[in-house]
Design a binder for this molecule. Structure first.
Ligand code: BG6
Length: 480
């Protein structure tokens, strides 16, 4: 069989600090916004607490203790043959409150060590600067990204990272899944803001549109500013945006359904993609803001900053597809990111996410047709309730099936002319679920012995998919 994948294709995996590091106050780290979010379960919303309460379980505090196990974990990733490892930096490890003038040296050293370990195995790092968290103090003081002041603190944080890791990191992502701020679900989880217009604490699903889009605007400006800054520190840096690709099909070919799907795709995906990649707000967004009475305060220099700070590559996550329909009686389905109409042609995961590998190829075409810059599949994965057998094995054949079917579609997309940098599976090791705070929703090739209540030895076990992914990488995508 012809090898479809380029020789330098980045096979690997992706994690985020707050879902795996733990050590939440160790070596000078401050509390992050995620440290204030409790655990929940399927279809239950995680709760945000103003203070850390003793009888509430906050899963980020221990995570899977990657902070103390990174060497062992990276060794396992290397054993699978990873070419790339995507991880995020916890802002509150570098600036514990966010407002200090000088960074926390111990926090920087931790990431020095992670990078050193990756280098040892020739694994290319892909660093996410902001993965759904900010220092809690900063968020409280300024109401997070709702205030313009947060931009300056973010730029200061990025400058420290760019200078420190100038020779160790080439690929950076500014904000993880920035477009989730267009939804009313994850806004707090983005560390976006804490209080509503009356000063009352907000929970996910309760953030006024005006505030979310204002916070989003500040993130756009911050991203563009740091893209410009990065190039002055190392012109070889490659900066990417990151979208949660919300793949939405019309349920039928009724023209009204087609138009509804088009609007949903524009608002949920292309608004953010266009600002990051084209450098300006698309006209449909301006009209949407007018219709919804959303008025965003912009500085006179913002347009220029956005134009000058466009990204080099487009990273995205893809897990599922959903349908939209103008008929209110169609059967709905709910995942923690997307909810919409059920597609009769695809299967569904235990957590209500529709499994649609062809949707990934369709996504690759849509993004490449529109933007014509390299694409990076920064997340794709299957959350499942894996069983650890008495003999220590985990037979996750369903994960292998998911992986195989998605990799096949990536290969086809490459043969159809799409430029793809790599594929980092979410999460190569089990970790805390972002949406539910559970451990039970496992994505890993490596099982971690820890449960939803925080019990377990934290011991690592290889699942069946571990050997399978290893073969895929060794054959550069041929042995599937
Ligand atoms: C993405 C996030 O939305 O989906 C990750 O970037 C997250 O942080 C992943 O973990 C899977 O979602 P969940 O809710 O199953 O953990």
């Amino acid at each position: 069989m012809e090898n479809l994948f380029p020789k330098d294709f980045f096979w690997g995996g992706a994690i985020a600090a707050n879902q795996c590091e733990g050590a939440y106050l160790e070596d000078g780290k401050g509390e992050s916004t995620q440290d204030h979010v409790s655990a929940a379960a399927f279809n239950k919303t995680r709760k945000v607490y103003e203070s850390i309460e003793k009888d509430v379980y906050f899963p980020s505090h221990v995570g899977i203790d990657f902070y103390h196990n990174y060497k062992e974990d990276i060794k396992l990733f290397a054993e699978m043959g990873f070419k790339m490892f995507r991880f995020s930096i916890a802002w509150s490890r570098i600036f514990p409150t966010g407002v200090e003038d000088t960074p926390n040296e111990a926090g920087l050293e931790f990431y020095d060590n992670v990078l050193k370990e990756l280098k040892k195995y020739n694994i290319e790092p892909l660093v996410t600067i902001s993965h759904y968290e900010s220092p809690f103090y900063l968020t409280r003081k300024y109401n997070g990204w709702y205030s313009r002041e947060t931009i300056d603190h973010f730029v200061k944080y990025c400058e420290v990272l760019f200078k420190r890791y100038k020779n160790d990191v080439t690929y950076w992502i500014t904000f993880n899944e920035i477009n989730c701020l267009t939804l009313d679900i994850k806004a707090f989880q983005g560390g976006a803001l804490l209080y509503d217009e009356n000063g009352a604490p907000v929970q996910p699903k309760q953030i006024p549109d005006n505030m979310r889009y204002q916070a989003l605007h500040h993130q756009f400006v911050a991203s563009a500013e740091v893209v410009k800054l990065a190039k002055t520190i190392n012109p070889d840096f490659k900066l990417g945006c990151m979208l949660a690709y919300m793949c939405q099909y019309p349920l039928t070919c009724r023209p009204e359904d087609m138009m509804l799907a088009n609007e949903a795709m524009q608002l949920r995906n292309y608004l953010c993609g266009d600002v990051h990649i084209r450098g300006y707000y698309p006209s449909f967004a301006k009209k949407y803001f007018e219709r919804q009475n959303i008025s965003i305060k912009m500085d006179s220099k913002d347009e220029k900053i956005l134009r000058e700070g466009t990204v080099d590559f487009c990273a995205f996550s893809y897990y599922q597809s959903i349908c939209v329909s103008t008929n209110p009686n169609e059967e709905r389905i709910q995942g923690n990111i997307l909810d919409g109409i059920k597609n009769p042609y695809v299967k569904v995961s235990d957590w209500g996410w529709q499994i649609d590998p062809i949707g990934l190829r369709w996504t690759l075409h849509q993004l490449y047709d529109r933007y014509q810059i390299p694409l990076m599949i920064a997340e794709n994965g299957l959350g499942a309730n894996d069983i650890l057998e008495e003999n220590g094995s985990i037979n996750d054949t369903y994960r292998i099936d998911y992986l195989r079917s998605h990799i096949k579609e990536i290969g086809k997309a490459i043969s159809e002319g799409i430029e793809i940098m790599g594929y980092t599976w979410w999460g190569p090791i089990d970790m805390v679920s972002l949406g539910t705070g559970e451990m039970k929703k496992r994505y890993g090739f490596i099982y971690v012995d820890r449960d939803n209540e925080g019990k377990g030895s934290l011991k690592r076990y290889k699942k069946k998919s571990f050997e399978w992914y290893k073969k895929v990488i060794a054959s550069n995508g041929n042995n599937i």
